[in-house]
Design a binder for this molecule. Structure first.
Ligand code: FAD
Length: 102
């Protein structure tokens, strides 16, 4: 699934809330989204997968100590209850900084 977005207006015109786009729901993206939780920012988090992969435990999958589902957590469940963060599934192919589009 492909998405195209526009942050040309980086503030919500109704309440002047800043719009923040986070690319990737790895450790960094999840941390960023959580740090903006319950602020006035309107946050969109985009990942090509619908899950957050806990990479440090990948070896446990290789040795059959854990099942894949135990280290691949749905992003929406990680961020459940955070109403100002929207999660989108999409493969980002580029960011046009001059046009403020992704
Ligand atoms: C086997 C293994 C063991 C590790 N053990 C440790 C450890 O013990 N301690 C430690 O501190 N670190 C460990 N690390 C490193 C740690 O996992 C990484 O440093 C960390 O995951 C990096 O986080 P990140 O958010 O920068 O990137 P990532 O976690 O890689 O997240 C990037 C996200 O962006 C998404 N994405 C990428 N490109 C696109 C695109 N074009 N469009 C849409 N989505 C995209 C990906 O799907 C992914 O969800 C380990 C790594 C591995 C592989």
């Amino acid at each position: 699934m492909k998405h195209h977005g526009d942050v040309s207006r980086n503030h919500d015109t109704r309440n002047n809330a800043p719009k923040v786009i986070i690319l990737g729901a790895g450790f960094a993206g999840i941390r960023a989204a959580r740090s903006l939780a319950h602020t006035s920012a309107k946050v969109t988090l985009i990942d090509r997968n619908n899950y957050h992969l806990f990479q440090p435990l990948l070896y446990q999958i290789a040795m059959a100590g854990l099942s894949p589902a135990q280290i691949a957590i749905p992003i929406r469940s990680v961020l459940r209850g955070i109403s100002n963060v929207e999660v989108l599934l999409g493969d980002v192919t580029g960011v046009d900084l001059s046009q403020r589009q992704w």
